[in-house]
Design a protein around this ligand. Structure first.
Ligand SMILES: CC(C)(COP(=O)(O)OP(=O)(O)OC[C@H]1O[C@@H](n2cnc3c(N)ncnc32)[C@H](O)[C@@H]1OP(=O)(O)O)[C@@H](O)C(=O)NCCC(=O)NCCS
Length: 163
């Protein structure tokens, strides 16, 4: 199995990102929606590539000293291998390099894998949106303080597999 590379990407990758999104979420985003988001200068797009395959993706919004993880997904056959962790680390690093000092995200209380990923990487709960998701589940609002090197206090120090 090829090593995974995390790469910054642009609107040209929208179709590949949409393919990943579609196998990760019931309410997935179209290539057109993703491309439109990626036209905005505040959007950061990351893909995880293994050989020629796109095995993961994430979109962030970065504005001034705040950043938000809008979405992150890893194809089912490559989960549990550290790909999500690598994408998360790279997004934090890129956001910090652009001046962000805090990262925010929302996660369903029912999403065990994602909650473990975030809570294991220094995110703390700062709020809860009741019945936020279509399935009626609540959204936890999480925040992490980013250090200027992208590693927040309380996070595991991760050496990226590849940049
Ligand atoms: C959430 C998601 C991105 C994680 O990606 P991944 O590549 O499988 O995650 P990793 O292999 O990097 O795992 C990192 C950590 O996440 C946690 N984790 C990942 N999968 C888990 C699972 N099935 N159960 C519990 N914890 C899990 C663990 O803490 C793990 O650390 P560890 O391996 O040291 O125990 C992936 O499961 C996914 O795409 N889910 C569908 C889309 C989604 O829900 N996105 C998040 C929306 S908020």
């Amino acid at each position: 199995m090829s090593a995974v590379r995390i790469e910054r990407t642009g609107p040209d990758s929208a179709a590949r990102m949409a393919d990943v999104h579609a196998v990760c979420f019931q309410r997935f985003w179209s290539a057109g929606e993703i491309a439109a988001m990626m036209q905005m200068p505040t959007t950061l797009g990351l893909v995880a590539r293994s050989g020629d395959a796109t095995v993961g993706m994430a979109l962030y919004r970065i504005a001034a000293d705040e950043a938000e993880l809008l979405t992150i997904g890893v194809v089912p056959e490559r989960r549990g291998q550290g790909v999500g962790e690598q994408i998360l680390w790279r997004g934090e690093h890129e956001a910090a390099a652009r001046g962000a000092r805090r990262m925010f995200l929302e996660v369903s209380t029912l999403n065990t894998a994602a909650k473990s990923l975030y809570l294991g990487h220094g995110y703390v709960q700062i709020g809860c949106r009741r019945g936020y998701y279509g399935d009626g589940s609540d959204a936890l609002v999480l925040e992490k303080t980013l250090a200027s090197d992208g590693q927040g206090s309380g996070s595991k120090l991760i050496t990226p597999l590849s940049e």
